[in-house]
Design a protein around this ligand. Sequence first.
Ligand SMILES: Cc1cc2nc3c(=O)[nH]c(=O)nc-3n(C[C@H](O)[C@H](O)[C@H](O)COP(=O)(O)OP(=O)(O)OC[C@H]3O[C@@H](n4cnc5c(N)ncnc54)[C@H](O)[C@@H]3O)c2cc1C
Ligand code: SF4
Ligand code: SF4
Length: 462
Amino acid sequence: MTGPERLTTFEMIYRPYSLEDAVLEGQRCLQCALPFCVEACPISQDCRGYNILISQRRFDDAAKVVLRENPLGSTLCKVCYHYCEEACIMADRGIPIAIRQLKRAALDIGKSDLAYVPSAPRNQRIAVVGAGPAGLMAAWELGLRGYTVTVFEEEPYLGGQVGTIPKYHMDGREILDDVARFRNLDVTFAFGKKAGVDFTPEGLLQAGYRAVYLALGTSFHNTLGIPGEKLPGVFYAIDLLRALNQGPAVRLGSQIVVIGGGDVAMDAVRSALRLAPRGTVRLAYRKTRDAMPAGSEELQEGDEERVTYVYERSPKAILGTDRVEGVVFQRTQLSPAGPGGVRSIVPVAGSEETVPCDTVIAAVGEKADLTGLSPSLELKARAHAWPEGQRPDTMTGIEGIFASGGKSVVYAMASGTRSAEAIEAYLARKDGRTPIPRPDPFAEGKPPQLPKGYSGPTWRLD
Ligand SMILES: Cc1cc2nc3c(=O)[nH]c(=O)nc-3n(C[C@H](O)[C@H](O)[C@H](O)COP(=O)(O)OP(=O)(O)OC[C@H]3O[C@@H](n4cnc5c(N)ncnc54)[C@H](O)[C@@H]3O)c2cc1C
Ligand code: SF4
Ligand code: SF4
């Protein structure tokens, strides 16, 4: 489908590979001795390993290689920002190996309805707060080690911000497919329970949980902080995108202005184009295109779908009486680079202009909701938007309580592993034993047999 054709539907953009196409793409992989792809992946997914298995038509084995170190494989094969592909040596020759799509082929064509196998029960409870990617990864790590894990989640659903990703990227069932593989682990979910309101993390320790992991993410939108923001017709991107995924259909006007420049703003403007195909949809950003934080894939797909951008505009006020009628923008310029190469935004005096519109979608960042949580946790939430423990191992100011998160699904998963390993090390220290490394997730004692000549997963290549 061409970009404009895509706008008639929320159907997924990327079609799955056919078996033959997947095999051909797998055969393009050079099987580098030092695979930059694996090194670039935050969870060190052995993509080189599944590429060669696919090239030899061994899809069941490829699926197992994916799922051995990636419990959210069905989600990541659709939405990962594929840091591996940026690093792939073939990128220098023009086209990197389509590693994310090959992961999808492994799981679509290979047997992926597998179940993880826990180690012997340890009869020790651990609490995870937040059922987003970080919390799910930690629950998997700890469940595999035989712990009894309860995941407390304030919402009635799994996945955290994954539930806001538009359906043209993923259809929404993927996270359920992933968590279905946890069925034999001692992991249970307590939905509708909010830390700071229904319970406290310290209270969980007192109630007998040996450690608590806070994976709170950033589920709360930032505001624009300008007059008129409360008018009907103003939406916040993450709330709007979640509502769109959950249905029934959201009604927007026909003159839409999206404010922001990141991936969430791109999701908002591309969704708005699909909702108002005959309307005027614009994205206003306060800096230039080069400075947009949105990823190159989103920008390229946005160009294909003919997103209209207005650069160097900062919103000053939203106008209207009963509902939105327009936005006052002021022109901005970037200053010359100062110390450290930083260029600040300089408003141009007297350059205000009004853009008529009936809908404003603000996509100006997200933050954590820390209501009711103890200041003694000393959560670090300034360097990045998600709360994290101050200590290098992510422990917070309260012993036994850990916290972390990440800028994308796979980075959040990596942080879940980091905190789960820290919890294991903390409990081992307390109990005077050696920490247990991640057990074989399928309890087979050995990984699927890799093809002759293949040097094995890179985590063994030190
Ligand atoms: C619109 C949008 C599109 C995105 N697209 C992509 C993409 O295509 N690819 C990608 O890799 N990343 C994408 N991301 C980013 C990615 O979703 C996040 O980086 C990732 O979900 C963060 O995981 P997390 O577990 O740290 O936090 P979250 O996903 O935010 O999960 C935190 C969970 O904790 C719960 N919670 C919070 N506070 C409490 C509390 N007090 N008590 C109980 N529960 C609580 C929340 O309800 C939530 O379920 C997107 C994000 C957005 C908003
Ligand atoms: S999880 Fe993401 S970064 Fe890692 S190999 Fe898969 S697509 Fe690449
Ligand atoms: S860097 Fe590219 S070519 Fe090399 S092993 Fe990884 S995917 Fe294959």
